[in-house]
Design a protein around this ligand. Structure first.
Ligand SMILES: [Zn+2]
Length: 136
């Protein structure tokens, strides 16, 4: 069944069955990457029985686009061990305000509803791997 996902480049909602974004032509994010929102945050993140890595991003944020492939690779590698996803700060003001997100990209690692780690600014897949491994 087709599900809606957010294009990592332009942020528009597209079907996850498409190979590339019909709006900007970029390849689509991996299906293992969850799209978090004000609506699903409590259920998907705070109540998750696995650690959850949340990438706070925006369509206009160049460093966010730079780290997107690393975050997607982590989502694939840690499938079944951790949940990985992104939250668009412009579309989800409630969660963004709740965690006082001032700069993006910001990555928060949640476990049992609590923030365990916070990374602000560009980062690497290696750094994210190290950070996640501490909490698995
Ligand atoms: Zn797009």
């Amino acid at each position: 069944m087709a599900e809606a996902v957010a294009c990592r480049v332009c942020g528009k909602t597209v079907s996850d069955e498409a190979q590339a974004c019909p709006h900007c032509g970029q390849p689509l994010p991996r299906p293992n990457l969850v799209v978090f929102s004000d609506q699903n945050f409590d259920q998907e993140v705070l109540k998750s029985d696995k650690p959850v890595l949340v990438d706070f991003w925006a369509t206009w944020c160049a460093p966010c686009r730079m780290i997107a492939p690393a975050v997607e690779a982590i989502a694939d590698e840690y499938l079944n061990r951790a949940k990985v996803g992104k939250l668009n700060v412009d579309e989800n003001m409630s969660v963004t305000g709740r965690y006082n997100i001032r700069g993006i990209p910001t990555l928060l690692l949640f476990k049992n509803g609590q923030i365990q780690e916070q990374v602000v600014g560009a980062t690497s897949k290696e750094a994210l791997t190290k950070l996640l491994d501490k909490h698995l």
